[in-house]
Design a protein around this ligand. Sequence first.
Ligand SMILES: Nc1nc2c(c(=O)[nH]1)N[C@H]1C(S)=C(S)[C@@H](COP(=O)(O)O)O[C@H]1N2
Ligand SMILES: [Mo]
Length: 322
Amino acid sequence: MIIKRASDIKSSEITDKSVYLRRREFLKAAGIVSAGAAIPGLLVARAEAAAQKLIYKKNAAFRPNEKLTPYQDVTTYNNFYEFGTGKADPARNATNFKTRPWTITVEGHAKKTGTFDLDELIKPHALEERIYRLRCVEAWSMVIPWVGVPLADVIKRMQPTSKAKYVQFETLHDPEQMPGQRGFLGGGLQWPYVEGLRMDEAMNPLPLLAVGLYGEVLPNQNGAPVRLVVPWKYGFKSIKSIVRIRFVESMPQTTWNIAAPHEYGFYSNVNPEVDHPRWSQARERRLGEGSFFAPKRPTLMFNGYADQVAHLYRGMNLKKFY
Ligand SMILES: Nc1nc2c(c(=O)[nH]1)N[C@H]1C(S)=C(S)[C@@H](COP(=O)(O)O)O[C@H]1N2
Ligand SMILES: [Mo]
């Protein structure tokens, strides 16, 4: 993964989501747009006009007093190698990605296994909003209002047995739809993308199965229709467009560990004291905050979630288990 910003958009050029919505209201009042219609001339018009609003409750426990990363940055600066390795590629190449109908297959050591429709697995009435920081291993971070359900709630319903020590997740493998899975456009990763958590990590209240952000259905480039958000771990653990959940006995393979085992371990907890072999992890650039050259902010242990997760790693050497 290379640190590079495709285009350095000045913050004055960025249409903030709230500003955008007001503008849209105005246009609507003026009779210029109808819901679902494309608005010519606006930067993100097509994707946004098609966006569906979600119904959810705001979880007051996860509302940090921090500036949200503008919608524009969240949805145009992405890592989703199935749609290309450039930060701008997913927003461009995932526009026609088909996310309905969508099923998730649950298998392995659990009482309730099988193939479930997404709405069956994630009940629409159970949705909540949580504002989480997410930090990429490439030393940039974001603050995003996610909409989803706790992963732990879904896992409990599957009733994993005592043999389930880890849970593995798998992204859709569909080279016809995902150009990165066809040739070298995907950076040479092994497909499908896989990730995993230790069972106690997965059952911690923090990990979210997200189906939306900023109150709307997940944009394709952010991992529609369902992706994981594990805020105390580097971004690559937050696997997108999940089609399979597997309860297993031994530590499962993970995509970036397969690709570069000396650089990416299974745990991948955000840790300012453990450098990546090729760069420091002590500081980070918050997307949407000033220019590429703006001063970076310090990275916090476990990305600032130490109170909630440090106990999971008591007695472990985090330099060894990176
Ligand atoms: N299937 C899949 N999931 C993925 C990735 C990917 O390339 N493929 N990239 C990861 C990385 S490196 C990061 S930082 C986050 C980025 O999520 P975002 O684009 O929604 O900000 O998604 C993660 N999930
Ligand atoms: Mo990342």
